[in-house]
Structure formats: structure tokens, C-alpha cells
Design a protein around this ligand. Structure first.
Ligand code: FAD
Length: 408
């Protein structure tokens, strides 16, 4: 194991591995990534893998675009499939205002060169034959996005990063992190490691990990459900994969999973998990599902997509993921802690991980902070937000689901 490196990345989920990969692409290969267990053993392994280009925040759109590009680039370099399904996505307009906002977003997609179309209800019916379009105003259609296999994408980037000279230490949990002169010293089961830069990409573990340094990060593990249905003959009979949909009225996303459906739900009253500390014996297991709060959403989904009413439920997964009080990740340096960088608090880390890593790696290697991305800065919450206030904001953001902010 290397004991003195330029950069130590902590956390082997899609975000940490994306950073290791982008650092290597930009020429920083005196690096090592530490993972407590196997790569992807946090939230990454159970994610649905949705990677859409649609988003209400202008600058964040570039993070989404950069992610698919990153995964496909790593696939080419490593020969390891990232399982990209280019199904395209439909963001349904449940209100007239949503449709207006979609029109207002269109120019930014033109600037980024990402195909973006406003579709009428009739167009939506042609693209997705199972949606009842009678109550929608149309949709925003991004035909070139879709979903990836999160484990495949992580492994492809790990492989490509190793090919460039980066190292990965699995089954190597980091304990204490201490400052020593201009370096950081990390405790590992195999001895100490000294690093000029440390990137903390440990999702909801980051809060406890950095508390001894006096940091109060408002990142809390939040329960999130996804449902997979049995195969449906109507889907099996299709000759192409359905586009993913996102719907603010149902507050869910739905994509095709083999010949069935995979549904992710943002319920009105989210539950947190392990607020007193992540159990030290937590491996990567799922949490017991709780269907009752999901029922109003599933009932709406039966209206929006009557086919769902006929579907048997095959699996209900409840996994923890990281939430912050505004729902956005914490990315960048911590002030007054030279060399300490955060890349944590992601709740759409598959959709934004690769693009965020490209930005962070450029920031680290070239010393230039990105323009217009204050919304994701690591220090934006200050250090004094108490748990009650943070959880109240998270509840609100989560319950808002796919509702769009009114400003453009
Ligand atoms: C049911 C469900 C469905 C989802 N679907 C989607 C989706 O479709 N699209 C999307 O974009 N997002 C989705 N997400 C969210 C997505 O899973 C996360 O945003 C993403 O996986 C976060 O990646 P990460 O690398 O930040 O965290 P993680 O994957 O949690 O990685 C953090 C890593 O840090 C490691 N670690 C922790 N402590 C230490 C330590 N002391 N030393 C060393 N290593 C340590 C952990 O073992 C872990 O591997 C979903 C989440 C859930 C729960």
C-alpha cells in the first residue's frame, strides 16, 4: 500500500471512483482510493441508474451531461460495459406552468448541444403508449439520455483509473483524519498514509467522519424506495425500450426494467435512518420496506399509467441515501482546511457523479473554482445548522419531489 501520496480519495462509490478517474485523466496519478468494503457498497449498488439530462438548474445541467459522457468514455478506455440504455426521458408537464418552464429551459440545452424537445400530449402517447395523456399538458423530451448500470460504470472508471496509474485499496476503512503540517494523515488498518489532498466521498458517512475536525455537515441518511414489477406481456411485446418518465403529480420516476417497470418514489413524509450514527456493523444491506406511505403515489401512478394496475410487484427496495437541506451535493474545498475537499451528499449521484468529478478534478489540478456553481459549494451551509433545522429542510425538499422551482 502507498503510504505517501498526493491525493487520497475516501469512498469507493460512483462519486469517489469518478474523482479518482478524472484526477488520473488530468495527470494526477500519485493517488489512492480507500474503500471500507467493496466498491459500490454504499448507495451505489442499489441505485436504479437513471441518468437524465433534465434539470431545473442551468449550471447543474452540465453535471448531468458530463456524467453520461464520463461513463461512456471510461467504457471505451476500459472495455468494461457501463450498461447504458439510451431510452431518452420524458418529463411530464402536469400543469400549464410546468410546460411554460420547459420552454424557458430549452435555450440552455441548445447551448450545451443536448437534444431537447417539447412534446404535445399526442407525441407523448406515441413515444410511451402506456401513459394516459388526458391530464397532461405535454412533456420535455431528452432523447439521448437514459440509464446506466451503476456498478458497471463504477468498475469501468476504476479499471480505467488503474490503467493510468491510480491505486485502489479495498477493505481498508479510514479511521481518524488529522492535520500534520501541510499534509493530512489518515489512519488505516494497514498503517498511516500521508496525503497533500484528501477527498471525502463517503456519502452519509461524511458527517461522522469529519465531526472530529470540528465540521458540522448537514448530511443525513434518508430512506428511499424503489419498486420493480413482474414482467408485463404488453412490455415484452414492444420492439424498443420505453423512455423513462418523471412526473411531479405522482412524484415518481418510472423506467423499463427488462419486461417490467422500475419505479422510484418521493413520498410526502420521508423517513430518516441511523440519525444517532451509522451502525459500525452496517455492510450494504437494504432497510425494511414500508409500503403504506407509498400507496397514494402508487394509486396516482395507476391513473397515469393504467398498465401498472395490472402489474405484480416483484421487489420493493428501501435503501438509504444522503440528503442535504437543499437536496444538492457538497463539492469543493473546505475553507481554512487546505487540501481537504468534499464530494459528498449526493442523492442523484449516478446522474451527476461523473460530471461533478470532472469539475472537482479540474478545480484541484488547475486551482480554478468553477464559475456559477455556488449552489453546490461545500461550505454553503456554514457550520451552525442544527439537526432539527436540517431535517426539516430535507423533509421539505424530498417531499417536493419533481416539483420545479418557479424561477428560471
Ligand atoms: C433506492 C435508490 C435508488 C436510487 N436511484 C438512483 C438513480 O436512478 N439515479 C441516481 O442518480 N441516483 C440514484 N440513487 C442515489 C444514488 O444511489 C446515490 O446518489 C449515489 O450512489 C451516491 O454515490 P456516492 O459515491 O456519493 O456514495 P456511496 O455509493 O454511498 O459511496 C460511499 C462509499 O464510502 C465508503 N465509506 C464509508 N466510510 C468509509 C471509510 N471510513 N473508509 C473508506 N470508505 C468508506 C462506503 O463503503 C461507500 O462505498 C438511488 C438511491 C436509492 C437508495
Amino acid at each position: 500500500m502507498k503510504s505517501d501520496v498526493q491525493v487520497a480519495v475516501i469512498g469507493g462509490g460512483i462519486v469517489g471512483v469518478s474523482i479518482l478517474y478524472w484526477l488520473a485523466k488530468l495527470g494526477w496519478t500519485d493517488t489512492v482510493l480507500f474503500e471500507r468494503r467493496e466498491l459500490t457498497s454504499g448507495s451505489t449498488w442499489h441505485a436504479a441508474g437513471n441518468t437524465t439530462y433534465f434539470g431545473p438548474y442551468r449550471k447543474m445541467t452540465a453535471l448531468f451531461a458530463g456524467s453520461i459522457r464520463t461513463y461512456l468514455q471510461a467504457e471505451r478506455e476500459s472495455g468494461q460495459s457501463v450498461g447504458f440504455h439510451q431510452t431518452g426521458s420524458l418529463r411530464l408537464a402536469a400543469t400549464e406552468r410546468e410546460l411554460e418552464l420547459f420552454h424557458a429551459y430549452a435555450p440552455r440545452y441548445a447551448t450545451l448541444g443536448i437534444p431537447f424537445h417539447i412534446r404535445s400530449p399526442e407525441d407523448v402517447a406515441a413515444l410511451h403508449p402506456f401513459i394516459d395523456v388526458s391530464a397532461i399538458y405535454g412533456a420535455a423530451h431528452t432523447p439521448t439520455d437514459g440509464h446506466v448500470d451503476p456498478t458497471g460504470a463504477t468498475n469501468a472508471m476504476a479499471q480505467a483509473a488503474r490503467q493510468l496509474g491510480a491505486s485502489i485499496e479495498r477493505h481498508c476503512p479510514i479511521g481518524a483524519i488529522k492535520r500534520d503540517g501541510r499534509s493530512w494523515v489518515l489512519e488505516t488498518p494497514n498503517g498511516q498514509v500521508t496525503a497533500r489532498h484528501v477527498v471525502v466521498a463517503t456519502s452519509f458517512w461524511a458527517r461522522e467522519m469529519l465531526a472530529p475536525l470540528g465540521l458540522n455537515l448537514p448530511i443525513y441518511p434518508t430512506q428511499h424506495h424503489e419498486i420493480v414489477t413482474e414482467s408485463l406481456p404488453e412490455i415484452a411485446a414492444l420492439d424498443k425500450e420505453l423512455p423513462s418518465i418523471r412526473d411531479s403529480w405522482v412524484s415518481c420516476n418510472v423506467r423499463q426494467e427488462q419486461d417490467g417497470l422500475l419505479i422510484g418514489i418521493y413520498e410526502k413524509r420521508p423517513e430518516f435512518w441511523a440519525l444517532d450514527g451509522i451502525p459500525p456493523n452496517f455492510k450494504e444491506e437494504l432497510l425494511p420496506p414500508n409500503l403504506e406511505p407509498l400507496m397514494p403515489h402508487l394509486e396516482r401512478l395507476m391513473e397515469r399509467m393504467p398498465l401498472f394496475a395490472d402489474a405484480g410487484i416483484k421487489v420493493v427496495n428501501n435503501g438509504p441515501f444522503a440528503m442535504t437541506p437543499d437536496g444538492l451535493p457538497l463539492i469543493g474545498p473546505m475553507p481554512n482546511m487546505e487540501g481537504l475537499w468534499l464530494a459528498t451528499g449526493f442523492n442523484v449521484g449516478i446522474g451527476t457523479g461523473g460530471g461533478s468529478a470532472e469539475i472537482l478534478a479540474n478545480w484541484m489540478t488547475k486551482g480554478q473554482s468553477p464559475k456559477g456553481l455556488d449552489a453546490i459549494r461545500a461550505d454553503r451551509f456554514g457550520n451552525d445548522l442544527d439537526q432539527e433545522a436540517a431535517l426539516a429542510s430535507i423533509r421539505e425538499v424530498y417531499a417536493r419531489g419533481y416539483q420545479l422551482p418557479d424561477e428560471i
